[in-house]
Design a protein around this ligand. Sequence first.
Ligand SMILES: NC(=O)c1ccc[n+]([C@@H]2O[C@H](COP(=O)([O-])OP(=O)(O)OC[C@H]3O[C@@H](n4cnc5c(N)ncnc54)[C@H](O)[C@@H]3O)[C@@H](O)[C@H]2O)c1
Length: 387
Amino acid sequence: MKEVRFGIIGLGNMGAAHVGFIKNIPRAKIAALCDIDKAKVDALAAKNSVKAYYDGVKMIRSGDIDAVIIATPHYDHTPLAIEAFKSGVHVLTEKPVAVHKADVQKMIDAHKKSKKVLFSAMFQQRTLGHYRKLKQLLDAGEFGEVRRVNWIITNWFRTQRYYDSGGWRATWGGEGGGVLLNQCPHNLDLFQWLFGMPSKIRAFCKVGRYHDIEVEDDVTAYCEYPSGATGVFITSTGEAPGTNRLEITCDRGRVIVENGKIAFNRTESSVSEFCKTTDKIFETPQMWNVDIPYQETGSAPAHQKIIENFVGAILDGSELLVHGEEGINSVELANTMLYSSMKDKTVTLPLDAGAYAALLKGLVKTSKFKKKEIKSGAVNLGSSFGK
Ligand SMILES: NC(=O)c1ccc[n+]([C@@H]2O[C@H](COP(=O)([O-])OP(=O)(O)OC[C@H]3O[C@@H](n4cnc5c(N)ncnc54)[C@H](O)[C@@H]3O)[C@@H](O)[C@H]2O)c1
């Protein structure tokens, strides 16, 4: 294969943008487009001189494409990806990989069976220079042992008008959650990529705290890690001005990641050693400030970098930046936070996927989102709630 023939399913905000990204990538071309909105796909397909499909399964099975980008609302990521794996089509799915853990597991199982195709996910924030540098330094142990992680991400402000724009958003039936499923999958992916998975979570998720919606728009989660480290993850779509501040307390000082900068307050010696050995009563270790430099890899938009990497992995066998299987972690974090809050208890990970699916199924029954609001979608395609 000399170039990758892409099909895109779902041509809304994100899918339409992917059309533009693919056009910029050598050795990639758009071969087919699909949406359940006929007028939308007809217009975009005509503009790009490619075939229009109104059914994702038909496009996947057509033989017209080598790889598919799935950019539909989240519930449909699962059945479409599974169909692609069965048909020998490479999959790059939008985030979140799926709505709940049991659905991601089904995708992973189908991918394992397919053997010869790749599975990746659009976690484009992993390409950002400051996060890549931070991961490199954390993995190398440059900051000493991580003791505490505090991430406040409240710069996802959304208005009531945004939520009232209707459709699948901010409903249990159409989306399967609120800020944790829509805005935060990127942060939750970085959270697990940088610090691993916690062993326990106690969360408080407020449903409709700032908006008239049926899902959560405000979250405070306390996490415990196998190492003994602790973490707090706070997010909201109702605060302005918002903050995006990641503060990591380590044995060799404190790292603050904010506004694209990595600021390290480095201690002269190990804080734990100093604490145990000093003969002073109120003194703290000597410390100095370091602004850690980093470089971006090229100037392409982050989404485009993920697609470029995916193309390279298909054609040259190069390493994927994001393995789709890893998407289970951010989904599990989101699900566990919701489960902990709704059951009013601390949850030990791994999360019982069946128990969460049952909880979600109950919420979907009460959802104001009804099937007819989109002609196709989760329910028609058969995304399941697992057992
Ligand atoms: N990576 C990112 O930065 C990013 C940003 C925005 C959205 N997203 C993700 O992209 C996905 C889509 O979000 P959006 O904001 O583009 O939504 P959107 O509502 O703007 O677009 C969704 C499109 O999918 C179509 N659609 C729905 N069900 C379909 C089906 N079964 N088959 C074919 N087409 C179908 C709709 O008609 C619509 O055109 C979501 O999963 C979202 O989380 C990712």
